[in-house]
Design a protein. Structure first.
Length: 305
């Protein structure tokens, strides 16, 4: 993208996980870049979608979002079908998509990307079920119970580590289920503790992915079923995270890729999508390849985590 960004709408979620004074940083960065900007403050769920749709109608050059992955996904939902690029200003406790794309956690450094002309844009995929979109993933069972157990207060205090605190409790109460899957026309039944339909494999800290091969730009969604939790699984996970290699023990982990996926469990389990707990128990999910353009660093390797 060669054109200079001259006008930006910034969506700000004041309830996001970070405790920092953001407006002076944003204002100084926009002034330095000679960019006109306006802010829209969210107050409730759905606000970011409406703000993004309004910004598209206004014909702005870019949309920036300060908040976590939930706020980000709302804004992306409002951008689907437009050519307006997204600028991520990480403000949540996990910031999974920002980590995946190498966007700096530091607000000033993230804002500085706007001045790196010519820009580097990355086109990413988005998942969809019914009229809803997602960018991180949907999970059933243990992975969803883990998210549900990490409350807002804990996330504000210790960020991503709040999920580790909830993991033991979730593992203790999550029961096995049979997952009924249909992936690009092929049907499968597999028993397990959790089923994850992922657009990105990043775990949201230290740039660690539970599978480095899961690519937010490959045109596919990844389906992962963890079949049981035992010492062998934890050893496998340690090797996977440290060596960044795909788990090859199909007795413990099953992995597929697809573009059209249906899933439900028996018995019904807890379900979450991009951090939000859902009441729905069955899903027909599709991928929208190359749905959104996102501003990213020119050299991801230089980003300090």
């Amino acid at each position: 993208m060669e054109k200079k960004i001259e006008t930006i709408r910034i969506i700000i979620n004041p309830a996001s996980g970070k405790d920092e004074s953001i407006l002076p940083i944003i204002n100084a960065s926009m002034k330095e870049a000679d960019i006109k900007w306006e802010a829209s403050i969210t107050h409730k769920a759905g606000d970011a979608i409406q703000f993004a749709k309004a910004a598209v109608k206004e014909g702005i050059d870019a949309l920036a979002v300060y908040g976590g992955d939930g706020t980000l996904m709302e804004a992306i939902s409002g951008l689907i079908g437009s050519e307006i690029p997204l600028i991520i200003l990480p403000g949540g406790s996990a910031n999974v998509l920002a980590m995946e794309l190498g966007v700096p956690k530091d607000l000033k450094e993230a804002c500085a990307l706007i001045s790196q002309v010519p820009f580097k844009m990355k086109t990413i995929d988005v998942g969809q079920f019914e009229k809803r979109y997602f960018i991180v993933g949907i999970s059933l069972g243990f992975a969803a119970d883990l998210v549900k157990g990490a409350d807002r207060e804990a996330k504000n205090k210790i960020g991503i580590f709040s999920y580790f605190l909830s993991a033991a409790a979730a593992l203790g109460k999550t029961k096995k289920a049979v997952y009924h899957l249909k992936i690009d026309g092929q049907e499968y039944e597999v028993q397990g503790l959790t089923c994850i339909i992922a657009d990105t494999g990043n775990l949201g800290f230290s740039n660690i992915s539970f599978d480095k091969h899961i690519d937010v730009s490959d045109g596919f969604l990844d389906v992962v079923v963890v079949r049981k939790a035992n010492l062998s699984l934890f050893k496998l996970m340690v090797v996977t995270l440290l060596k960044r290699e795909r788990p090859d023990n199909v007795e413990l982990v099953k992995h597929w890729q697809g573009k059209d996926i249906s899933v439900f469990s028996r018995p019904t389990q807890t379900v979450q999508c991009d951090g939000e707990i859902l009441e729905k128990g069955s899903f027909h999910i599709k991928v929208i390849p190359g749905a959104i353009k996102v501003l990213v660093p020119k050299d991801k390797s230089k980003v300090i985590e």
